[in-house]
Design a protein around this ligand. Structure first.
Ligand code: GEK
Length: 239
């Protein structure tokens, strides 16, 4: 796995283009996500543990939007069964190549595909760690309906996202604290603002209420928000 420090937005760019998960991002990805997503270092191991426990000895887990396979590795670390299968899916070729290079465990397999096109039939757990936010808003409910339909009867969905708050003052507090945290992690004002502009069109965030309502309208019987750190949250939803 790459240990390089994230310098993608360090220098002033004449024109900020929409963010893409290209080789330059992949090369610094572990550092980028650790310094950008509050709670990442809690959410990934915990979602791995939750998925591993829910799946049991013989099960099928999908890690959708797997990037370099951090969640997949967390699931594998918490479940030693030889009969466990995990399929990581990402539509960025450089991510899938990196995930394959990082992972020697034969229980995991990595597939280059849009997450909307993957057959999830019989999955015991589907994990969407920080990826639904990259789908166009009008595709999100359809994606959750597909997951609900194709999950096994006892299936569990784990979904982690950046969120926004209905109250403008609380939203501003969380947002400003997130930016201060990024600065404390070594990002400059320029890096923060250039990355923010690059993400503006490609990552649109929903409120906690939108997430919960959409999970229920997609068919999930119960849901619980198990984690929040400022404007980052993670939910469980049962079929
Ligand atoms: C982690 N879960 O480290 N189909 C497939 N992949 C997609 C799609 C799509 N439609 N849209 C985006 N991606 C990871 C972190 S990163 C989050 C997830 C972040 C992929 C994209 O290529 C990228 O690898 C990942 O989703 C989002 O636990 O960088 O903020």
């Amino acid at each position: 796995m790459s240990n390089s420090s994230d310098d993608v937005y360090r220098h002033r760019q004449d024109q900020i283009v929409d963010f893409v998960f290209n080789q330059a991002v992949v090369d610094v990805f572990p550092d980028m996500i650790r310094r950008s997503v509050p709670g990442y270092e809690t959410v990934i191991p915990m979602t791995g543990l939750i998925a591993a426990r829910h799946t049991g000895a013989k099960g099928l887990v999908f890690d959708l939007g797997c990037s370099l396979g951090a969640t997949t590795q967390a699931v594998l670390a918490h479940n030693s069964s030889a009969d466990l299968r995990i399929i990581g899916v990402d539509n960025a070729q450089a991510m899938i190549e990196g995930a394959q290079a990082n992972n020697q465990d034969t229980r995991a397999q990595f597939v280059l595909s849009d997450i909307q096109d993957v057959d999830l039939t019989g999955a015991n757990v589907v994990v969407l760690n920080f990826v639904l936010q990259f789908l166009p808003s009008h595709h999100r409910k359809r994606m959750l309906q597909k997951i609900h339909r194709e999950l096994a009867n006892d299936g569990l969905l784990i979904i982690s996202e950046k969120i926004c708050h209905e109250s403008p003052s609380i939203h501003d507090l969380y947002d400003e604290t997130h930016l201060a945290w990024k600065k404390a992690n070594g990002y400059s004002e320029l890096e923060i603002s250039q990355k923010r502009s690059a993400l503006e069109n490609v990552m649109q965030v929903d409120t906690e209420a939108t997430h919960t309502q959409r999970l229920h309208s997609a068919g999930f019987s119960r849901s619980s928000q198990w984690y929040q750190c400022m404007n980052w949250a993670s939910f469980l939803a049962w079929k």
